[in-house]
Design a protein around this ligand. Structure first.
Ligand code: TXE
Length: 492
């Protein structure tokens, strides 16, 4: 098994503890890599390196254009390594090679887009209301940013944070998930090759409590950019609050895919299937609730079952596989628990309903694509994030009712609407409490378009111009231009 090292201050280092843990391939359930088990001492070193890179040396002296050029160079290197990195991700987290290749080929665009944006961050000259002073603003970086990322799309979700954070001039300590760290440690080499000064990006691996917490609570960390579960996100927010730190939180969801009676049903069926079974449902934007208009309900469910039944399960490295394993053992158990909960609540299991024991699934953590009907909106299966291939189907009668059910959870990450009516599409886009609304499509993201959650799905936005603001702070500069002080005892 290959043993990896962490990146601190431009050097590849062992953890202070000397301890390593195994990363497990979810398709074989066997360990395949040894990951450094970082701790508090490593956090001290990494944050010190990031702080010193922020304040001294080459990085703060670079022009914004030069920073942008570094990010574009990084993009080219990522593009050249895309296939190799995709294979690592697929081996480490069990997601389809086709999906990971697609992501890896797309990731360079985040670095190009924010590289291009780096020298377009401008302050303003304010025509101030006071005589004899000149006032302008500067947009400045925050300092050391802690990026904490999950296992489901390890490099994509890291790029969403690192690209704007670096474009804005911050330095970064990045902690990938303990369940999928290998791609981060390999990706780290590309920062060196692109020419980033040492310490600008540091990578620490290990567990949330051992590396994540000391990182978040470290006095020299200015901001936390986190993607993960909402409970962990809440805890991260509490810890960040104690230090009055900024946060961007991208948390879970219980997104509704809403199919109206005037929809193109063939396309809608594909959209609902892709919303929940692509990525084995392990995506924050999973369309885990299908809301179907009563008049097309029976026909739609039949078509849905027919298409879902054709899903090819198996080795995620096989390009023909459509549904891979669940990434982690705890996640596998969580999904099986939710299937039991749904059955206990009286939902009707129409497809799947348990672990997959097909020969092509080997000894991996596979769960059959599962569809429940007879779901009522208040059931736990319709309220809580499962993060697996489990769909809850709910009928509705009116537009009003669809809105009420769709908005009736604590979450608000995304929603899908299937209709041919432009009026309905626009009305729904306005009324749905979700950071992203897709009409007649699902699961589309871009580096250009802001992404984030309403309600319990998160705080702040990633991607798009909005994202760079999350990594900047505004300074107001006042300059006297008349040369004599007014009355020193009153405010100017
Ligand atoms: O995520 P965690 P887990 C959801 C999904 C899933 C559930 C749990 O519902 O079933 O979360 O998954 C780090 N201080 N999503 O346990 O715990 C951790 O090491 C600091 C939604 O894997 O949120 C990892 O790097 N950091 C989601 C990261 O947080 C801590 C993606 C995410 O782990 C920490 C993944 C702590 N105390 C899961 N505890 C999405 N929104 O896409 C953990 N971490």
């Amino acid at each position: 098994m290959k043993q990896y090292a962490m990146l601190v201050g431009g050097r590849w280092v062992e953890p202070a503890s000397g301890a390593y843990f195994e990363s497990v391939n979810p398709y074989t359930a066997a360990p395949w890599a040894l990951i450094p088990r970082g701790g508090k001492e490593d956090v001290e070193r990494a944050v010190a390196a990031a702080k010193s890179a922020f304040r001294e040396g080459e990085w703060p002296k670079l022009t914004a254009s030069a920073r942008g050029a570094l990010l574009c160079r990084l993009a080219d290197l990522v593009a050249a390594e895309a296939d190799a990195l995709a294979e690592i991700e697929s081996t480490d987290n069990g997601k389809l090679i086709a999906e990971m290749r697609g992501q890896l080929k797309y990731i360079p665009q985040w670095f190009r887009y924010f590289g291009g944006l780096a020298d377009k961050v401008e302050g303003r000259v304010i025509p101030i209301d006071k005589a004899g002073v000149f006032n302008f603003t500067r947009e400045e970086p925050l300092g050391v940013v802690a990026a904490i990322t999950p296992w489901n799309s390890p490099l994509l979700l890291a790029a969403w944070k690192l690209a704007p954070a670096l474009a804005a001039g911050n330095t970064v300590v990045w902690k990938p998930s303990e369940f999928a760290s290998v791609s981060a440690l390999v990706f780290g080499r590309l920062f060196e090759r692109a020419g980033f000064p040492p310490g600008v990006v540091n990578i620490l691996t290990g567990y949330g409590g051992e590396v994540g917490e000391p990182l978040i609570t470290h006095g020299d960390v200015a901001k936390i950019a986190f993607t993960g579960g909402d409970r962990t996100g809440e805890h991260v927010y509490e810890m960040a609050a104690r230090g009055l730190k900024r946060v961007t939180l991208e948390l879970g969801g219980k997104s509704a895919n809403i199919v109206f009676d005037d929809a193109d049903l063939d396309e809608a069926v594909k959209g609902v299937v892709s919303g929940i079974f692509a990525a084995t449902g392990q995506t924050c934007i999973a369309g885990s609730r299908a809301l179907i208009h009563r008049s097309v309900y029976d026909a739609f469910v039949e078509r849905l079952l027919a298409l879902a039944r054709t899903a090819r399960m198996g080795n995620p490295l096989d390009p023909d596989t459509q549904v891979g394993p669940v990434t982690t053992r705890p996640q596998y158990e969580k999904v099986l628990d939710y299937i039991r909960i749904a059955q206990g609540e009286g939902a009707v299991c129409r497809l799947g309903g348990g672990l997959a024991e097909r020969p092509e699934c080997g000894s991996g953590w596979f769960i059959e694509p599962t569809i429940f009907t007879g779901v009522r909106p208040e059931m736990r299966i319709a309220q809580e994030e499962v993060f697996g291939p489990v769909l809850a189907v709910i009928p509705f009668e009116t537009e009003e009712e669809a809105v009420r059910i769709a908005n009736g959870t604590l979450y608000g990450l995304a929603a899908g609407v299937w209709t041919q009516s432009i009026r309905r599409a626009l009305t729904m886009a306005e009324r749905l409490e979700a950071g992203t609304v897709w009409v007649n499509t699902y699961r589309a993201v871009s580096y250009m378009s802001p992404f984030g959650g309403y309600k319990r799905s998160g705080i702040g936005r990633e991607s798009g111009i909005e994202a760079i603001r999350e990594y900047l702070q505004t300074k107001s500069v006042w300059i006297d231009i008349v040369g004599h002080a007014p009355n020193p005892f009153v405010m100017r």
